[in-house]
Design a protein around this ligand. Structure first.
Ligand code: ARG
Ligand code: ASP
Length: 711
């Protein structure tokens, strides 16, 4: 690809950068953004958002269940997050008699709230910059393993020291790819109870069809409550626990927001890669993602075909379909977005400038060869990346093979293995196999295996693939034989084996053809892929750290933000729609009218609850209607978010809750690699729709009474 210098041209044409829209800012350093935020309309201060001297908005934000964000909305520990974030816990409490997924659930008093074992929420109490201490005695020319060992040692000592000073959970995380380090003091609450959720026809309205897409009409919320011991401290579930009293809970605005209004999101973005070299972006967007998309698309086609025929299969494969489909759709958007935006070329132009800058001074010697080294490393990495992609997307995607793999350890036990270890394995495997068979439909898996193994064979060279593939003569025949001979498709056999397991059965397990396929896949990965991949990746990590440092030194006029790393961040922008294509404009909000327009009783994703229709027909929206008289459902904003931000509050200029972030628009999913303020939009459910559902639809007004509502 040609290295034209677009960015340089842009920089010359527009020397003073307007607000770029992108950025995931560290809350303790927000004073550096305060001026810009206030110029954009914010009426509160950085100190109102994050402070360790008095209560601030941060005291209302939690990492929910290790993967999403939640926020506290009452002085009684009431918490809001997305429906898709609470989904697993709702599902666990659901049965045929109490189908909370289908019908929704509302605790009408505290006694009816449902405990959720395994669920935790984490509050950040404080963070501090400990870069100097972590990088103490580290010098630039140190060999990488020596450097890392020294860092690990410094971190260990620091954590031990902090742990003596506090009861909080202490962790130290790298920021800016290892150029800075921060210590985080967290408090983890494990008694969290389900309070309410709408039926899936509301909480998941539009389902996978609308996922990543605007216009959107999903009421993606669920309600929980955090409990603590009598002193407000974390405690294991107990009847004696009391609702947690937060230092701060969020006020809720019923005013909605206008196009152009300032808004910010406060939450836990998981991972971004905004400082990758062009070669890596190109590899991801134009090689790996398209392969993954293609393979997943073919799997989903098979799922669809069977799911349409049989309602039982539809339910069995709903969750698998959702999780495979989520990445499938997102990565399609990433490739489109990167190419449409000329992301690779823009990065290349920047790299040329970086090189020129590095050549200007002797003191920048360590930056001069970086790009060339990246190019070499990523080229070298390519076959391993491909091997890894086929291993996970084609090899292990066959459910039979990954299920059989779960028995690998059991197949290796000997008479010397302690009985308690065996018992523990058996216990776990019983659970695993029960949930596997509950949602397993063999004809789907056979078809998937046939399709995937053909793709695998077609794509990977004979001298670089797992050995079992080279022994296949005809794929369909091979797969049928595999499925006929293995015990892992037969629940009765698996159960019998687990119930009466003797050490001598290990051999029988090890000889099972499906487990052998698994071993062949993993053996190939261990022997041929892993080592090389890990060593190149480690070198890339080193190069990326140095490149990051260089970018920070070069662009002194621009404040850079550290990539997302599952720590609390503030991101901000405006309420606004966008132009996804020439001639097409998206308004920034949707209404209940759109739900009625999408309604289709024959399409699972578009079934509308009768009660919702009733309220719509009567226009019975109460105080939750917008001033235009309609019920607003969702809205978009130009706020930089990513996975993990789901459930995050989106707040107005006064720091009041406007909605819950739950997704991004497909056209802008490349924002994890490159942010384009013109088309990257996050999607939130309007808090007024959330309250309307709780109050008018579900009749759970007692929950609204707990909240602080600003009219
Ligand atoms: N795309 C959103 C995110 O990445 C929502 C996913 C859940 N919804 C779904 N229909 N699969 O998490
Ligand atoms: N839906 C994502 C989440 O669950 C959010 C995103 O990727 O924009 O965190």
């Amino acid at each position: 690809m040609k290295r034209f210098r677009l960015l340089t041209i842009l920089l010359v044409l527009f020397p003073a950068f307007l607000f770029a829209g992108e950025g995931m800012w560290i809350p303790m350093l927000l004073q550096y953004n305060e001026k810009e935020m206030q110029e954009m309309g914010m009426r509160i201060t950085a100190d109102d958002i994050y402070s360790i001297n008095h209560s601030s908005l941060k005291d209302a934000i939690v990492l929910f269940g290790g993967g999403c964000t939640g926020e506290i909305v009452s002085d009684q520990g009431l918490l809001l997050t997305n429906h898709h974030c609470g989904y697993d816990y709702i599902q666990r409490h659901s049965s045929v008699e109490h189908d909370y997924l289908t019908n929704g659930f509302w605790a009408m008093n505290r006694g009816e709230e449902l405990p959720c074992p395994g669920l935790s929420v984490i509050f950040l109490r404080e963070m501090r910059d400990v870069t100097e201490k972590v990088l103490y005695n580290i010098n630039v020319d140190m060999p990488e393993d020596e450097r890392q060992a020294k860092i690990d040692e410094n971190i260990k000592k620091l954590i031990a020291k902090f742990e003596k000073e506090t009861d909080y959970k202490v962790s130290i995380k790298p920021f800016f790819l290892g150029n800075e380090y921060y210590v985080l003091f967290n408090e983890i609450y494990t008694d969290v109870r389900l309070v309410g959720c709408p039926p899936s026809n509301i909480g998941k309205f539009g389902g996978d069809t609308d996922n990543w897409v605007w216009p959107r009409h999903t009421g993606d919320f669920s309600v929980f409550r955090v409990y603590a011991d009598k002193n407000g401290h974390p405690a294991a579930y107990s009847d004696d626990n009391v609702p947690y009293k937060p230092a701060k809970h969020l006020d809720i605005s019923l005013k909605g927001a206008e196009e152009g209004d300032f808004a910010f999101v406060f939450g836990y973005p998981a991972r971004t890669n905004e400082y990758l070299p062009a070669v890596a972006v190109d590899q991801e967007a134009n090689l790996i993602d398209p392969i993954t998309v293609d393979l997943r698309g073919k799997v989903l086609d098979i799922y669809n075909q069977y799911q349409e025929q049989d309602p039982k299969v539809r339910i069995q494969y709903a969750s698998k379909h959702a999780s495979i489909g989520n990445g499938w759709k997102k990565w399609m958007g990433v490739t489109e977005g990167i190419n449409h935006f000329h992301g690779v070329e823009k990065k290349q132009a920047f790299e040329q400038d970086f090189y020129d800058w590095a050549m200007q001074s002797r003191s920048r010697y360590m930056y001069v060869n970086l790009i060339r080294q990246f190019d070499k490393n990523y080229k070298e990495l390519e076959p391993y990346q491909l091997a890894y992609t086929y291993l996970s997307e084609a090899g292990l995607r066959t459910e039979l093979i990954s299920f059989a793999g779960r028995f690998a350890r059991l197949s290796e036990v000997t008479k010397d293995t302690p009985q308690e270890d065996i018992d523990r394995m058996l216990h776990q495997l019983k659970g695993t196999s029960e949930s596997f068979f509950k949602d397993y439909y063999e004809p789907i898996d056979r078809d998937v295996a046939k399709m995937l193994l053909k793709e695998y064979l077609k794509a990977q060279p004979a001298d670089f693939r797992p050995s079992f593939l080279n022994d296949i003569k005809e794929v369909n025949e091979y797969v049928d034989k595999l499925f006929d001979k293995t015990m892992f498709t037969d629940q009765a056999k698996v159960t019998a084996l687990l119930d009466n397991f003797k050490v001598k059965d290990a051999k029988k397990l090890a000889n099972d053809p499906a487990l052998q396929v698994y071993q062949s896949l993993m053996g190939f990965f261990r022997n041929e892929v892993h080592g090389k991949m890990a060593s190149i990746t480690a070198d890339n990590d080193r190069l990326r750290r140095i490149y990051m440092k260089g970018q920070m030194e070069m662009q002194t006029e621009k404040r850079l933000f550290p990539d997302a790393n599952f720590t609390l961040r503030v991101t901000y922008g405006k309420i606004e729609g966008f132009k996804p294509q020439d001639g097409k404009t998206y308004r920034h909000f949707t209404t209940l009218e759109g739900i009625m327009q999408k309604e289709n009783p024959d399409i699972y994703d578009y079934v509308v609850e009768p009660r919702l229709k009733e309220l719509y027909n009567k226009k019975d929206y109460g105080r939750y209607a917008d001033k235009d008289g309609t019920m607003h459902v969702a809205f978009t904003a130009s706020v930089h978010t990513t996975g993990g931000n789901s459930g995050s509050p989106i707040l107005n200029a006064d720091g009041q809750l406007l909605g819950l972030n739950f997704d991004r628009c497909w056209e802008g999913t490349m924002s994890d690699l490159i942010y384009d303020p013109d088309i990257c939009r996050n999607i939130s459910v309007d808090i007024r729709y959330v309250l309307f559902i709780i109050d008018k639809f579900a009749g759970a007004g007692h929950l609204i009474d707990e909240m602080t509502i600003v009219e």
